[in-house]
Design a binder for this molecule. Sequence first.
Ligand SMILES: C[S@@+](CC[C@H](N)C(=O)[O-])C[C@H]1O[C@@H](n2cnc3c(N)ncnc32)[C@H](O)[C@@H]1O
Length: 431
Amino acid sequence: MPRPRAENPRNAFASVRLTAEERAEMEMAAERLGFGSLSEYLRHLHARAKADAVEPESNGHALARTYPASGIRTFHKSRLGRMLCGDARCHLMNGAAEQSVDLIMTSPPFGLVRKKTYGNEDAHRYCDWFRPFAEGFRRVLKAGGSLVIDIGGAWKPGTPTRSLYHFELLLMLCEDYGFHLCQEHYWWNPSKLPTPAEWVNVRRVRVKDAVNCVWWLSPTPWPKASNRRVLAPYSASMRDLLKHGYKARLRPSGHQISDKFGKDNGGSVPPNLLAVANTESNGRYQDYCRRNGYPIHPARFPEEVPEYFIRMLTDPGDLVLDPFAGSCVTGAVAEQLGRRWTCCELDEEFLKGAMARFVPAVQVHNQSGDLFPAAGGSALRKKAVTYSINPPCSVAVSEGDVPLIEDGGLTRPRVSAKRKTVKQAPRVAAG
Ligand SMILES: C[S@@+](CC[C@H](N)C(=O)[O-])C[C@H]1O[C@@H](n2cnc3c(N)ncnc32)[C@H](O)[C@@H]1O
């Protein structure tokens, strides 16, 4: 098929005079950053220069003035890290040294979209709010470092449709700040309740929303990483295969599976779906907060999420930064794994509660609530928990008895008190 014609074809040429050294250097830089040609690299440099010229507020110098080092202070120091209290932008633009961080592991606030009518306009607003952080991330991250953002989706109020804000954020980080999407991950929380109940349980037109997106990005396509650090136990069938051997053959998919498939690599490479229940409600952290009257952070991620990325993307001694620290889970895990760390948090009350993770010594709960004291700060130890997911469509349903909801859930069904059956009711506005 002939290629479609470009509307604005790039057929104007400009010759750029360079020394052989300059050319080699530029080609290397282009390749390192993942550009296919010098032309693409030059266009990217030009776009950044243009953005700096027309948007002085997003320019590094202006941001450094707007967010002075005095906007953040040390709250607590541990053996390997420190909690900073104040605006993370002050640390990103002033406090932290340029190109000093190996991994930014974070979960930014997304509640702030919820309060508004987060349609498209608010997705843009979220991106605009995020820009100074993105600028700071570029400033402090090492070239071979990684940026990992755990970000939950959001529903638009009043309709069973989703905000695009986290996708817009991803596009902005890649297109405007030159990050590369190394791999999207999804954190599946098996204990997530079926919300929003209105769409899932009452009108029955959507399913349970149980995954968060986790964007793994890097300034280059080649951040340091090894999946050998995050292996999962082999399945029973794989263990059997390793024991009894495997005959090389063609799979129904057409893939040739060689006899190397039968090699024991110590564990299986996990998928990009992290199955971790977020159920901790009576751990040491909560007890400490309740005892001392500190607020329990409402949006914590479980240790397993930062643990996975810290292990896969950093070495002991590397520096991990969480600019939106909350209850400082990232810092506690980094400390356990022998990484240096910095956590920034605006709200001092959350940091007071986060101290539970550091006094008198770092201690970690597993998902069953068992407490493991840090073994010389060397590693997190916990029992492996396996979750299974039941296949949908495996309960027999007579389609004739279950009509589709023709109006897509626009009208709210009425529950008959007598028979507890659900009937379609006249239109009522959702929300
Ligand atoms: C989703 S929570 C992070 C929770 C954390 N991952 C945990 O497990 O506890 C986001 C946090 O970012 C903090 N925050 C918001 N804006 C900030 C800023 N400019 N600088 C530092 N922290 C900020 C909020 O106070 C909130 O505690």
